[in-house]
Design a protein around this ligand. Sequence first.
Ligand code: UTP
Length: 405
Amino acid sequence: MNINEKLKKYHQEHLLKFENELSLKEQSELKKQIESLDFSYLSYIGKPQEQSSASITPIDALTCEQIEQNKQEYENIGLNALKSGEVGVLLLAGGMGTRLGSDNPKGMFNVGKTRDLYIFECLINNALKVVKQVGKPFPFFIMTSEKNDKQTQEFLKEHNYFGYDSKYIRFFVQDMAPCTTFDGKILLEQKGRVATSPNGNGGWFNSLLNNASAKQLLQESNVKWLNVFAVDNVLQQIADPVFVGATLKSNCQIGAKVIRKADPYEKVGVMCKKDGKPSIVEYIDLGEEMALATNEKGERLYNFGVILNYLFNVDLLYKIKDKSLPVHVVTKKIEYVNDEGEVVKPAEPNGHKFEMLCVDMIELADSCLPFEVEREKEFAPIKNKTGVDSVESAQALLEKNGVTL
Ligand code: UTP
């Protein structure tokens, strides 16, 4: 299908409305972008969410108490796996961090008070603690997006990767999806450029395999497990040997770090089983009855929230890589060029972005070990400027954990 046919098929001919004002180079770049963008995302707009008839039941977690009892054994198993090079880590850093409202990639945010302490630095410091225990670095993959790749790479290079041996680091760029108005018209972010946004944190394994250098490191170093984690939790423990050991010992295909919810309605995805298989139910879909349900001991049944720190078996990842994840249509503020050719920065949400999510990968496995961690020690997310899950709350938790800011 040539580009005109593609535009016609999806009713997007307006994307070329400023064509005559563009230089030949700009015209060709715009056409190249249109050619390569996946327009099939548009079909998800207005599609009613599939009403799942799956039966949701609770899942048992390995609790902090149980972990403490077998800590030494888990740690030994984990350290052995790390020493034999079976574990790699993967940082999801392709997000836009719109709620935080900084123009830079989130990892470049400085949480220091009396000194510089960047989010990337906090994470790498945590990884380096394990490197020291293991005696050598593990492969460290970093997913960026088209929007922040250059800046992220330059920043980390400039800071000498905060002491991590760069031979073990590989960057790869995730895929982008078009941004649209509420009625499905794709927006332009410049006269010669379609508005796009990273397509969520769910497609990372395919994006990694599309990058020759990252794929080579994964395959040559014979990594069997990948510890995937979010950029914005500054207390994130990376390649935690106890977590690795417990997951390996459990024979599960995935390990998921979980915390006890602060209250029944906390806005975190909750681990459960769907038709007997591990799954995560989003807080919006949990409903009052399930949120409050308890067992005979009075303990809440749906009480373990995920913190975006998973250990995935790599064989499983190859097995599920061609299975499609659900596409979530989200409502966001999207900067665009109006009919007069002026850039508009909307104050209110004005359209849709499309995302696939890492949480949806869990359902594709047969087994997953929810592994409880103490929230005060491992969960300090930075999502917002102020209030809940903000720079201030994360700073307070860092200080509580003995980090000088
Ligand atoms: P969030 O869901 O918090 O999204 O990401 P975000 O884009 O960073 O922030 P907002 O919603 O715009 O405020 C959770 C994790 O997933 C990564 C983020 O970088 C973060 O580590 N992520 C998110 C990606 O890697 N790619 C994406 O497309 C979205």
